[in-house]
Design a protein around this ligand. Structure first.
Ligand code: ACO
Length: 325
């Protein structure tokens, strides 16, 4: 008999501190109206001093494990998607494993910026559906505020911190139907943090501060809309499904205008699109599992419904997962 993988629990966490659009008005030359109209964002959550990505991941992970009715000892794979790890090493997945008391199983990080959770879920699905793991914990967690220049109005209004997690278990019922991953490194410079451990942070060739996110917002926007439109077709074609077969679109929460464009492409009404970007801005790898958990817990997403998860981010990277919840 084939083994499949299926999500059996979800969880999410947002740090306590809230930074509203009004707060940003006193930090940079912007307005609540501009941010709402151009992005749909109303507020974002910011990790407290000393609060790390692993701290956020732990909260989300515990909720997901509890929802799945599991104990940490039953987890046999941990994959964490993050761009903002606590340490250079060990991986945030290893730090999380220790916190959860799930020592001994495989644990590693995946780095695909905003597409990180889609990549991580796809990787975990391969482990579970081949029998290499039976109960995987998949987390997207970021303290993205640490790589944001809070004096740059073109980026600082967009991002926030948070974490989301799922438990993915072996199942006779097919949960994950397919996943589709892509990257094009030629777009490196449209969205990046120029500095790093190997290149250093004292870079003569960089305009602005190399420690922080640099983005050509307009060009990223156009690429995101076109690419996400194409991945909708790719995903449905691979499964011989029609647009009307999708019950819920769970998109990366970067900008409401990008989400609207993908919903139009899918011909799906906005009532069937999970939108949380207003509540937390772009939390990078955390955004898809945050949205998923929100709609599972408030009862919108029901068992057996078909969900299309998609994301686009730095790299460029992009991808989708189609699943029966
Ligand atoms: N407040 C007020 N005005 C602003 C602000 C601000 N915060 N930021 C920019 N502006 C100004 C610009 O200076 C420009 O002024 P000008 O016309 O006088 O030159 C004007 O607003 C329009 O700027 P644009 O950049 O053309 O605005 P746009 O409509 O493209 O919206 C935005 C900008 C929101 C950044 C949009 O391009 C966007 O969302 N891009 C995609 C970002 C994204 O999705 N990233 C995903 C991946 S993120 C990851 O992987 C980490």
């Amino acid at each position: 008999m084939n083994t499949f993988s299926r999500i059996t629990g979800t969880g999410s966490y947002l740090p306590e501190k809230i930074l509203s659009n009004k707060d940003l008005e006193s930090m940079v030359d912007t307005s609540d109206q501009w941010i709402r109209e151009r992005t749909g964002i109303v507020k974002r959550h910011i990790a407290a001093d000393g609060q790390t990505t692993c701290d956020l991941a732990q909260q989300a992970a515990q909720l997901a494990i509890e929802a799945a009715g599991k104990t940490p000892r039953e987890i046999d794979l941990i994959v964490v998607a993050t761009t903002t790890p606590d340490k250079v090493f060990p991986s945030t997945a290893c730090l999380l494993q220790q916190r959860l008391n799930a020592n001994g199983c495989a644990a590693f990080d995946v780095q695909a910026v905003c597409t990180g959770f889609i990549y991580a879920l796809s990787v975990a699905d391969k482990f579970v559906s081949t029998g290499a793991a039976h109960c995987a914990l998949v987390v997207g967690a970021e303290t993205f505020s640490r790589v944001v220049d809070w004096t740059d109005r073109s980026t600082c209004v967009l991002f926030g911190d948070g974490a989301g997690a799922v438990v993915l278990e072996a199942s006779e019922v097919q949960g994950i139907l397919s996943s589709h991953l892509h990257a094009d490194g030629a777009y490196e410079n449209l969205l990046h943090v120029p500095g790093g451990i190997s290149r250093g942070f004292d870079l003569a060739d960089t305009e602005g501060d190399p420690r922080y996110t640099h983005m050509k917002g307009n060009e990223v926007f156009k690429m995101a809309v076109n690419t996400l439109g194409r991945i909708v077709d790719e995903t449905l074609n691979a499964n011989g499904m029609k647009k009307s077969d999708v019950d819920w679109l769970v998109p990366h929460q970067a900008n409401i205008r990008i989400i609207n464009a993908t919903a139009r492409k899918l011909n799906i009404s906005m009532e069937k699109v999970v939108v949380t970007v207003d509540q937390h801005g772009n939390t990078s790898a955390a955004s898809v599992p945050l949205a998923l958990d929100t709609a599972v817990r408030d009862g919108r997403i029901q068992r057996d419904e078909v969900l299309l998860l998609e994301a686009f981010g730095g790299g460029f990277t992009w991808g989708s997962v189609l699943l029966r919840y």
